[in-house]
Design a protein around this ligand. Structure first.
Ligand code: SF4
Length: 389
């Protein structure tokens, strides 16, 4: 009988082969790749959301040194977790990670679930993280495509839709699903990430060194930077926000943000968003009344800070304030405390408020006693909500 000619593998198999060969020789040596521990891989993937690898590495190493196992994380107080996370941003990630660790210990006896649906029920775990952990730590055949992988696929197939829109996302998912080499999903997913991070970069991709050049539609078309396609996006809203620095000698008043919501559980200098028609000064007085039940006089401006979050930009106007009356009570916040300036470093702050802390530390204790109308010992009219823990 006639010999069947060896069938050439279809191009999508060649793509995966070329990618895996390149990955075997060029994979980045990242700390979370040194062991196949689902806990470590999960922590790394959570940190890597919205954050660059170089930024994550020192945080990851500190986090794993402080909380080496799932049990260590689950039994730690939230404030300690936030403290280690401080500076990394997107603090909901840390709160969710902590809550999910407790769920795993309480409901799974400290083991890790093996299905997408169970993972996705954990706080803060979306389909990407679930698929990344299951493919990398457990070898399941699931595509997990991060921002780097999205860029590579969008270029490889010259995808015309914006991947941030549902149609574009579905198209990329379908492409990833087709390319995925069975039994090697973890390496495939990480290879796409690495290729996007090192060669197929947002600007000036190094196509001449790329293992996928022969298959790449964007390269053939001559302008890889045109992909991923970006539909025009709305500009971010901007808000003016105020914050008050109220000092009593070497102590300063700080408040803890409500535990849920943006920057939840972090500490800050109290204040809030300016309402339409309101002056900065009126805003600050109103906010301190609503949040803490105190009356203040707004003194001189101290700093002006600008910051961009994912969904808005703010200008933070920081003023020194003088306490005029009222009894401190945490009405619109989780907690409020007088804290010595040298002890502020123990509390987790968002980046903007951290800059105020640095300024206060640099200034030292002010040589002025006009900030409080009455100087106080601890037994005076101030209520300190919760003592030092
Ligand atoms: Fe990216 Fe260029 Fe490689 Fe295409 S050939 S995948 S554009 S680096």
């Amino acid at each position: 009988s006639a010999m069947e000619p060896a069938k050439a593998p279809p191009p999508h198999e060649k793509i995966a082969e070329a990618l895996l060969r390149w990955y075997a020789a060029n994979r980045r040596d990242l700390p979370w790749r040194r062991r196949r521990d689902p806990y470590a891989i999960w922590v790394a993937e959570v940190m890597l959301q919205q954050t660059r690898v170089e930024t994550v590495i020192p945080y990851y190493e500190r986090f794993l040194a402080r909380f080496p196992t799932l049990q260590d994380l689950a039994t730690a107080p939230l404030e300690e977790v936030l403290k280690v996370w401080e500076g990394l941003g997107y603090y909901a990630r840390a709160r969710h990670l902590h809550r999910a660790a407790r769920t795993l210990v309480q409901e799974y006896g400290g083991s890790f679930p093996q299905t997408l649906s169970e993972w996705r029920r954990l706080p803060g775990v979306g389909s990407y993280i679930a698929a990344a952990v299951l493919s990398i730590a457990f070898g399941q055949d699931l595509p997990a495509i991060d921002g780097n992988g999205v860029r590579v696929l969008a270029r490889l197939f010259a995808v015309e839709e914006d991947p941030r829109r549902p149609a574009g996302r579905r198209r990329l998912e379908a492409l990833a699903e087709r390319l995925l080499p069975r039994g090697q999903a973890g390496d495939f997913n990480q290879a796409l990430m690495d290729l996007g991070a090192t060669l197929c970069t947002p600007k000036a991709p190094r196509c001449s060194a790329c293992p996928l050049q022969a298959f790449c539609a964007a390269f053939r078309q001559g302008d890889p930077e045109a992909f991923p396609v970006r539909a025009p996006r709305r500009s971010l809203p901007h808000y003016d926000v105020t914050a008050g620095v109220i000092q009593d000698g070497d102590r300063v008043l700080i408040a803890q943000r409500p535990l849920e919501g943006m920057l939840g559980g972090l500490w800050e200098f109290p204040g809030g968003k300016v309402e339409p028609g309101e002056s900065l000064e009126e805003c600050l007085k109103r906010e301190l009344r609503e949040e803490l039940g105190i009356e203040v006089e707004v003194l001189e401006p101290m700093m002006t800070l600008r910051h961009a979050y994912t969904h808005m930009r703010i200008t933070l106007h920081v003023f020194r304030c003088r306490w005029m009356g009222g009894t401190l009570q945490p009405i619109g916040c989780a907690d409020a405390r007088w804290v010595r300036i040298e002890e502020l470093d123990r509390y987790p702050f968002p980046n903007t408020d951290r800059q105020i802390v640095e300024r206060l530390k640099a200034e030292g204790v002010p040589e002025r006693d006009d900030l409080l109308p009455w100087r106080s010992g601890p037994e005076s009219g101030f209520s300190i909500i919760q003592g030092e823990r």
